[in-house]
Design a protein around this ligand. Sequence first.
Ligand code: NAD
Length: 434
Amino acid sequence: MNAPTNVDLFSGAIARLDKAFQYADIDAEALERLKHPKQILQVSVPVRMDDGSLKIFTGYRVRHDDTRGPTKGGLRYSPNVDISEVKALAFWMTFKCAVMNIPYGGAKGGICVNPKELSRLELERLSRGFIEQIADFIGPETDIPAPDMYTNAMIMGWMMDEYSKIHRRHTPGVITGKPIPLGGSQGREEATGRGAYYCIKELEKKRDWVPKKTRVAVQGFGNAGQSIARLLHADGYQIVAVSDSRGGIYKPEGFDIPSLIQIKNESRRLQAVYCTGSVCEAVPSKSITNEQLLELDVDVLIPAALEDVITVSNANQIKAPVIVEVANGPTTGEADEILNERGKLVVPDILANAGGVTVSYFEWVQNQQGFYWSLEEVQQRLHAMMTQEFNHVYDWMIEKRIDMRTAAYAVALSRIGAAIASLGTAQYFSDNDS
Ligand code: NAD
């Protein structure tokens, strides 16, 4: 798969607002304001490499909107990170938090780096150096980062530690997705996949799916892809195809997902195996490309890797009747129109992958109150919120006869609009003047 270009990612992201506007309760001025990020920070991070040389990395943090609360959003390490991508991701976070009714605005950040080329120590120096540069921009009451692609709990731990040192006070609430001994939440690691799983369980009731007869393809086998595949497999769903950046594997009878996770985590390679204890044996399968995976004849397609993978060039070839967007922005606007015309149900990213930010919110709440919850408590609360907001959006979709993405944006816009209106609108002030 070619790396996407991010030039129009932000323009593509905000274009979705105009469509949802007519179904939302928000005034035009508030809508215009949401088309412009509130603050953008670009930094240069000098890092002493292991061989003694100095390398400079470019990093970004964008706060899109904070009307509903402190801004929240992940940090991504990737060679493709650029300002348009970070702005689009920050924008999606504003809507994701609003659609889940979480009291946060949206933000995002990232560093333009290939983390696979860095040693562990170089990665730590880069992560701490980045926090040094953005320490005045973030904070538990202003802007709270979290993990995203190619960042993990260990990196969040270094960042929290660096921020706490700079401010000379222990501040676990500055960042979420931390290791549990450093104030992380139970259940955060699998939260994105689990949230999407709860959405699929609601669809299972609505569509009378029988798990054993329901075939699923998952693109991307990282944190989010592995979690959703594992939970669906445990319920009996047939996970017939999975992939990573090197390509995919396909087996019509379905894979044993715990075995695939075990071997991927041991060898860093995706292999078709069945494991008993530590002994793994190869099972017959077909190698496929990431493009072929998207076009498989399955019941549920789950893009869980990159943005812009379903485009005008393949939208007509997508066979799955249901697409659950675990990745952020996997479908372009034009592709969306084609999928809608073809009667596909797309559970949009801002809802389907919102489990991650929801448990990040739980983590922050626990940090702020200094009182920690059990795994069962976290899962129960996540289940309650995902189920409620999934059905809320689904009902808007049916009631207003619109696609599910437009319904999700309309719900989110109405909530943000209500917050903006509570601060006073042009109408309110002109009425007062007269
Ligand atoms: P990750 O780094 O753990 O995994 C990414 C996966 O994508 C890996 O398996 C990688 O091999 C694969 N990949 C990379 N390039 C690819 C390519 N060209 N083709 C196919 N696969 C490729 O990341 P993650 O946390 O699982 O995030 C995946 C997606 O989910 C991203 O879009 C991210 O923004 C979104 N997301 C993640 C979270 C979270 O909490 N982790 C929350 C919300 C959304």
